[in-house]
Each structure stands twice: as structure tokens, then as C-alpha cells.
Design a protein around this ligand. Structure first.
Ligand code: PLP
Length: 455
């Protein structure tokens, strides 16, 4: 990996060395609305365009080799193009990608989820995490006959209407384009047991609580101690359905997700990402009594008024089911998670040393195999006491963007402010990343752009 020259500004050098990406982005903007297909891929002046990837590495159109920390937005704990998962998917594809019918791999895949996830009495597949949270909320509403639900400020559950707004700063600004009837379905509250109880007491039409059990954005905004067990108690007391959104944490925090680690079992769990081995897929896994609202019965009134309608052309298609069940087979023992977590721990500790040596205030934190950074933020309080709006932000204005541009020039794609570490990141990759981070920080400081915010 080439290191940077210091003769040009970070941004000028990015333009010069990533010219192929610049050209593709400008072409893309003429064809793709906004030029990108996922908002978190937005980067000024342009994002990198990638040609291929394997293990912990990806290569861009200008030939740079990058250590990747986007890792399929968290789907790739096994790294890119894992040989067994790739083999399973390509062999399945050769036998047909859609049977318009059930098949063995979807059954095996569901059985694996049942074995690993404590709440999974029954499973139903979707094509994404967004669809999974949408399904869980609808199932809860049908089951309880109470359509409103509690969602937490700073927690992300995908982009359907019930999940829009309140997760990314500015947190208080409602998402545009939603009818009042949809907005009023959501009770957006801070992650405090008192606020949850007050809402449940005040409004008997609230039938569900959905939470990222890691805290908002896979632990970027951690939860107060004891919060999950308080939620379990309150959900039971008010007969509400407790939904853990384990789209990111499922199979990552442990083979059974956060719920297996903390021993608190939700009524429904939403899954995606690692579930499908890097392919598009999701699932709801939960209590049979609630999941039964997906089944047909010999009862017209049930089928028309108590059953949830659920189609979805690509749900559990043979290629995704083969990739997903192969991935779950590999992650089931917990070894993969141990390796990824130990690499992330090393990265967290080396990054902390680096920023402290350079006197460059930056929060470095995170759990499991995820590393969060908030460049330019200096705090005197515990992370848990920092306001959610700060923790869900990008740090001091402009610093994160400059850092990412400088890191790309070092051969590291530290994606946004959170890095997903996989089991294929070697100790050497992590040490290289920390050293590259130091050089990138020093360049941002030298350009006078490392502004600092005291919290
Ligand atoms: N829930 C959480 C916690 C997520 O992080 C995400 C995506 O990042 C989703 C739901 C939505 O999943 P998808 O992008 O598969 O629709």
C-alpha cells in the first residue's frame, strides 16, 4: 500500500489519486439519483468506486488496495468472498435462483436460526432488515390489537415509514413525506426506563417496544445499565411485545446475538446482514404465539382479519438461503466472533494510544467487533452521559470527512465513524491501520482542520 505525499492538500491529493472514482461518480450522478444507492455511501467530494474484494481487502477502480472496514455494512464477519459461502451461493445459482416454491435450504436455514437465537420459536424470512422490522411491528400490532409502538431516539431500524426520523441528527426534525397518521403511530422516547413506563401508562394503544439492544447504531449511543431487563419487565407488565432489532448484533455479539449473552429474551427478534452471509436477506424470529399470525388457517375470519399478509418475491431464494445457512454453520461455534472481537479490541486500544500521543481529541469506543470514533470530540464525562445527538453525529464539523479522505490515501477505508472488524482482519492489518490513522490525523492537524468540541 502506497503512503501519501505531503506536498498537496488532503483533498487535492484525493482528487489526483482517485481520478477513476471521481469520473465514475460524475457519470453515476447522471444516471443514479444522488449518484449513490445507500445514503451512508455519500462522501464529499466523491466516494471510492470498488472493483473487487476478498477477505479484509478491496480494490478500487484506480488500483488502490484498501483494508476495508465497511465490510458489507456489517454483513461480512467472515470477510469478503468467503470461499465456502461463495461456493454455496454459486452452486445454488447454477441450479436456479428462484423456484417459486419452498426448498430444503430455506428449511435448514430456519432450523439454524432456531438453534442459535433464543427467541426463535418460529422464523419467517424477508429480503432485508428493513422488511424484518416492518414485519415485526405489524405482527405485534395484529397480536395485541394495539397499533402504536415505542421507538428510541437515535435507534435505527431501516427506512420504512415507521422507522423514519429520529435516528440521525438533527434528531428532533421529523422525516419529510410521512402522513400524520404514520407519524402518530410512533412514540419516540429517550432510552430511559421511566420514559418508557410513562408512555405505556399514558397510552393503552401502545402494543410494542422496538430497541437496538446494543444501543443506537450498534452501540454508538450505548444504553443505560439494566435497561434491557427493565424493558422486559415493562413489556410484561403492560402486555406489550418486546422486539430486539438484532440486524447488526445478531450472530456478531455472539452466535445467539445480544440476547444469548445477556439472558434476556425478547418476544420477537429482527435479523439480517450476517444472517444471509453477505447476500440480501432478513428474518423475524420469535414466539410461536405471535408468529402464528403469518399462518393460513381453515378459518376465513382468521385469514382475513388476524393473519398478516406477507409476500416478497425474493424471500429465502435458493441462492441466499444456501449462502446464509453456510455462513450460520461457520459462525455457530463462536470462534469467528472471538477472533473479530479480539482484533477490534486491539484496534480500539491502538487508536486510543495514537490519538493521545498526537494530542488529537477523539472518542474511541465500541463493543464486540465494532469500533466507533468521534474525531474532534473531547469529553469529561462517561460515554453513556454524552448526549445522544453528539454520539449519533460525526464529531467536530468536517474532521471525519478529512480523516476518511486521508485514510483512503493510506489504503484504509474507515467507513464513516464506525468500523466493522471481521475475522479476516489480521493483527498486521490492525497495526497498519492504527499507524495509518496516526499519519492521517497528523495531516488533518497540519492542515489546521482538527477542530475540537468540548462536551
Ligand atoms: N436495523 C438495524 C439495527 C440496522 O442497522 C439496519 C441496517 O443497517 C436495518 C435495521 C435495516 O436493514 P437493511 O439495510 O437490510 O434494510
Amino acid at each position: 500500500m502506497a503512503t501519501s505525499s505531503t506536498t498537496r492538500t488532503i483533498e487535492d491529493e484525493y482528487y489526483a489519486r482517485f481520478a477513476g472514482s471521481a469520473a465514475l461518480y460524475s457519470r453515476s450522478r447522471q444516471a443514479i439519483a444522488g449518484g449513490i444507492s445507500h445514503d451512508s455511501r455519500h462522501l464529499e467530494p466523491f466516494p471510492p468506486y470498488i472493483e473487487r474484494a476478498i477477505g479484509a481487502r478491496k480494490w478500487d477502480v484506480d488500483g488502490h488496495e484498501l483494508i476495508d472496514y465497511a465490510m458489507g455494512h456489517g454483513a461480512l464477519i467472515l470477510g469478503h468472498a468467503h470461499p465456502e459461502v461463495t461456493h454455496a451461493a454459486t452452486s445454488a445459482a447454477q441450479h436456479g435462483t428462484h423456484f417459486g416454491a419452498g426448498h430444503l435450504d430455506e428449511v435448514r436455514w430456519a432450523e439454524q436460526v432456531q438453534r442459535l437465537i433464543p427467541s426463535a420459536e418460529l422464523v419467517r424470512f424477508t429480503s432485508s432488515g428493513t422488511e424484518a422490522t416492518m414485519m415485526a411491528l405489524r405482527l405485534a400490532a395484529i397480536h395485541t390489537d394495539r397499533p402504536r409502538f415505542i421507538r428510541f431516539v437515535g435507534h435505527f431500524h431501516g427506512w420504512h415509514e415507521g422507522a423514519a426520523g429520529g435516528h440521525t441528527p438533527p434528531l428532533e426534525v421529523p422525516a419529510p413525506g410521512l402522513p400524520d397518521s404514520v407519524r402518530s403511530r410512533v412514540e419516540l422516547v429517550p432510552a430511559e426506563a421511566g420514559a418508557v413506563e410513562e408512555a405505556l401508562k399514558r397510552d393503552p394503544t401502545i402494543g410494542a417496544i422496538i430497541v437496538e439492544p446494543s444501543g443506537g447504531s450498534y452501540g454508538a449511543a450505548p444504553l443505560p445499565v439494566g435497561f434491557l431487563s427493565a424493558l422486559r419487565t415493562l413489556a410484561d407488565r403492560y402486555a406489550a411485545v418486546l422486539i430486539f432489532d438484532e440486524v447488526v448484533t445478531g450472530f456478531r455479539w455472539s452466535p445467539g446475538g445480544i440476547q444469548a449473552l445477556c439472558g434476556i429474551t425478547p418476544d420477537l427478534t429482527t435479523l439480517a446482514k450476517i444472517l444471509a452471509g453477505g447476500f440480501p436477506g432478513g428474518a423475524v424470529a420469535g414466539r410461536a404465539e405471535i408468529m402464528h399470525h403469518l399462518e393460513f388457517r381453515a378459518d376465513t375470519s382468521w385469514n382475513t382479519s388476524r393473519k398478516m399478509y406477507h409476500p416478497g418475491t425474493f424471500n429465502a431464494n435458493p441462492m441466499v438461503a444456501a449462502a446464509g445457512s453456510t455462513c450460520l454453520e461457520i459462525v455457530a461455534s463462536g470462534e469467528v466472533q472471538k477472533i473479530a472481537t479480539s482484533r477490534a479490541e486491539l484496534l480500539r486500544s491502538l487508536l486510543r494510544e495514537t490519538v493521545s500521543k498526537l494530542d488529537a481529541p477523539c472518542l474511541v469506543y465500541g463493543e464486540s467487533s465494532i469500533v466507533h470514533i468521534l474525531p474532534g470530540i473531547k469529553t469529561v464525562s462517561e460515554i453513556a452521559d454524552v448526549p445522544v445527538a453528539t454520539l449519533k453525529g460525526t464529531g467536530a464539523p468536517g474532521v471525519l470527512r478529512m480523516l476518511r479522505l486521508a485514510l483512503l490515501q493510506e489504503g484504509v477505508d474507515f467507513f464513516g465513524r464506525s468500523a466493522f472488524v471481521s475475522a479476516t482482519h489480521s493483527e498486521e492489518d490492525i497495526r497498519y491501520t492504527a499507524a495509518a490513522f496516526g499519519r492521517a490525523v497528523a495531516r488533518v492537524q497540519a492542515e489546521g482542520r482538527w477542530s475540537v468540541q468540548q462536551i
